[in-house]
Design a protein around this ligand. Sequence first.
Ligand SMILES: C[S@@+](CC[C@H](N)C(=O)[O-])C[C@H]1O[C@@H](n2cnc3c(N)ncnc32)[C@H](O)[C@@H]1O
Length: 256
Amino acid sequence: MSAEKASWKRIQDVIWVKSFLGKGHYTPSGGTRRLNNLWEHVYLFVKDKNEYKIEPKSIGIPYTDKSNIGRYSDTDLRDPGNVWLIPYIKTTGATVKKGHEAPFPIGLPYKCIKLVPNVKTVLDPFGGTCSTLAACLILGVKGYAYEKYPRVEVIKSRILEGKEFQESEENLIPHLELSIKLLNNLLSDSSIQSPAIKSKAELNYYQILNNVLNNLNLDNSFKRSIQKRIEHFKKSLLQKKEQENKYRQTKLDFKS
Ligand SMILES: C[S@@+](CC[C@H](N)C(=O)[O-])C[C@H]1O[C@@H](n2cnc3c(N)ncnc32)[C@H](O)[C@@H]1O
């Protein structure tokens, strides 16, 4: 690889999945001899292998099993792994000399940069519309890009687009958002309340449900009742622990 010949050190290979289960755009490249390609390699290089450190939780994902919080991590964040689903939503249809240009989502360089918290300078050798510079600006990191056929207006507008950028979670179930929206409407009009939580296993399930509702930006009386139940159960667990500690302490005092 020519970057390596030029003394850059490859530290990470990420698979960017741009389309999955019908979510996200891709350029049809298949036919009767091969399937369409829905993913791309992303290579991260550094100048000095001894000077970088990644922070996986900076781009972390929530635990499925909430009981892992406190066991493996203090927060509900875990290493997201090296396969990233970022649906490719937009194509500009514009051309750069020959062929179509292929801007990647700003979320892709954003994640790469965020992964390395002490990053000082970023270089994208194939700038295109300069999505990487847009991501640099969002994260307040100095960025450079090379581009053989720079189109200043396209680059300017891409960088401005970065101002609207928002991190988003993906869900893969077809029509899930629509179903949840309908459910949300129904629940807003009803007096259904979440039942009391009776065990740690139930707490786990309700935390997952609460996460899903949060990610979908839903806010209704049902969701609030779930949150209340979660807080109430956590409080009762804490009280139980405190009581046990007190009991243990009393027993010790008694012995001494
Ligand atoms: C796939 S596009 C990159 C798109 C970019 N990631 C974005 O989000 O807009 C690749 C770009 O690399 C540029 N390019 C190809 N060979 C190059 C070279 N040797 N030096 C500089 N730029 C080059 C092309 O003109 C093209 O705009």
